[in-house]
Design a protein around this ligand. Structure first.
Ligand code: HEM
Length: 454
């Protein structure tokens, strides 16, 4: 492989001529990112018809209209909600209208910066354990697995501290089973292709859901009966969560479903952001050295903690640039309730919108050298000059990710701690390809060689 080719991080090669219906279906089953055509990286909107009329939107002003100015016209795709509801009921992520509004008002205060800082010591302890595991792993490790263990550790500790009722290994296996079965949406569903065409998974995942609910339910019931001398964790915050407008509190099922969503969604996305960041840094030793030196100078032998993060701005920039190239949620879908106009194009009620964050983040009109890894794009000046709607790893508007502070805090604490202590170099080629089912994963994992930093 040439030096230049090694420098450009792996990406999906987009198709340049329209795919037939069959080709689209095959591509979507293999990798959702493969349905994004080459012109979507150059044009604001691409439209077509397959089952329903669809549009792919990657224009900041149109996205602002969808997420914010006319958000009520673009509810979340019912297909995605149907797929998630068996696991997470009508929780914050999966509800609409009044049911969503009161939950958002109750849950948003749980994730204020102040509460997230209060949870940070757990993240520091986890970063310490993650680096201990890497030391024990020897000269090479697979970083997706390592980061999943680390972020799952964080969410288990902050969500359900005291694990008497909670075997993280059994729960982790149930999550995997769910995603491989019922949690797998088919592009067929989004385009309303008739139900008699077979979908992957479906009923097979329900046993996994039962296992997850039973475990989280027991942990919640035990907490309700417990006199706690410890600082509040995420579950305590949720049990106290109150709608500031009505005083309404959550039922046991509301708490169960929301906690279940936090555990599943909160750890996988963050782990992928970290694994991709490490892959990118391994391909760019110059950037890695700068970030590693900055972390080492601030931390010495300590693990990172919340109050030290501002002194290591490069760590945050690396994570932001990694989520530009590999947004953990690479594509969103929305329904259209009433006719509207986006990018000068007529959008009709019942059309389907795809919002490919992956293509937005690599769009030729928005980014200089879009496929190159350049964390300096996220230094304060260039970041301020950019359209807010050109970079949307956490979505935007009223449905913006409620856990963004939490995710950024844990990603920075873990990455800073690891970079202060280790050097990562590329493992065996070929490099992994970004592959999306629910999230954007490296298809072959991220195996890196590891040495201690002096
Ligand atoms: C790097 C990590 C993460 C990424 C990239 C991410 C991404 C996103 C995105 C794109 C959305 C908007 C979905 C849409 O508009 O259709 C979202 C919503 C949401 N996220 Fe995250 N997320 C992350 C971490 C977390 C964590 C740690 C939690 C909780 C512990 C969380 C909880 C939620 C919830 C509850 C919503 C729904 C909010 C609502 O609809 O009001 N996320 N996330």
């Amino acid at each position: 492989m040439s030096a230049i080719a090694q420098k450009l991080p792996p990406h999906v090669k987009p198709h340049t001529s329209p795919l037939s219906a069959l080709q689209s279906l095959r591509a979507a089953r293999r990798n959702v990112l493969e349905i994004i055509p080459a012109i979507a990286y150059r044009q604001p909107i691409v439209s077509g018809r397959m089952g329903a009329r669809w549009h792919m939107v990657q224009d900041p002003s149109a996205l602002r209209r969808i997420f914010l100015d006319n958000a009520a016209n673009y509810p979340k795709s019912e297909v995605m909600l149907r797929m998630l509801r068996p696991a997470v009921g009508d929780s914050l992520f999966t509800s609409e209208g009044a049911s969503w509004r009161w939950q958002r008002r109750s849950v948003a205060p749980v994730f204020t910066q102040r509460n997230v800082v209060a949870l940070a010591p757990v993240m520091t302890a986890t970063a310490e354990r993650a680096s201990q595991r890497l030391r024990e792993a020897g000269s090479r490790a697979e970083m997706v697995g390592e980061m999943l263990t680390a972020t799952f550790d964080v969410i288990c500790d902050v969500a359900l501290s005291g694990r008497e009722h909670f075997d993280a290994r059994v729960y982790g296996a149930a999550i995997t089973r769910y995603f491989e079965t019922a949690g797998k949406a088919s592009i067929l569903d989004f385009l309303r292709v008739p139900q008699w065409i077979p979908r992957p998974g479906e009923l097979l995942g329900l046993g996994a859901v039962h296992t997850m609910h039973e475990m989280v339910g027991k942990a919640i019931a035990a907490r309700r009966n417990e006199a706690r001398g410890k600082a509040d964790d995420l579950l305590d915050f949720m049990l106290k969560a109150t709608d500031p407008e009505t005083g309404r509190v959550m039922t046991p099922d509301d708490v169960l479903h929301n906690m279940q969503f936090f555990i599943v969604a909160g750890h996988e996305t963050t782990a992928l952001a970290l694994a991709w960041a490490l892959q990118l840094l391994a391909l760019h030793p110059d950037v890695q050295d700068l970030a590693g030196q900055q972390a080492r100078a601030v931390l010495g032998d300590k693990a990172a903690s919340a109050e030290l993060l501002d002194a290591m701005p490069l760590i945050r920039q690396v994570i932001e640039e990694s989520m530009r190239l590999y947004p953990p949620v690479g594509m969103l879908a929305r329904e259209v309730l009433h006719d509207d106009v986006l990018c000068g194009r007529d959008i009709r009620a019942n059309d389907v919108l795809f919002l490919p964050l992956y293509a937005l983040h690599r769009h030729e009109l928005l980014w200089d050298q879009p496929d190159a890894f350049k964390p300096e794009r996220f230094a304060p000046e260039p970041a301020k000059a950019r359209d807010r709607y050109a970079y949307l790893p956490f979505g935007a508007g009223p449905r913006v990710c409620v856990g963004a502070n939490f995710a950024m805090m844990q990603a920075q604490i873990i990455l800073a701690t690891l970079l202060a202590r280790f050097r990562f170099t590329p493992g065996p080629y070929p490099l992994p390809t970004p592959t999306m089912a629910m999230t954007v994963r490296p298809d072959t994992g991220v195996t890196l060689a590891i040495t201690a930093r002096e």
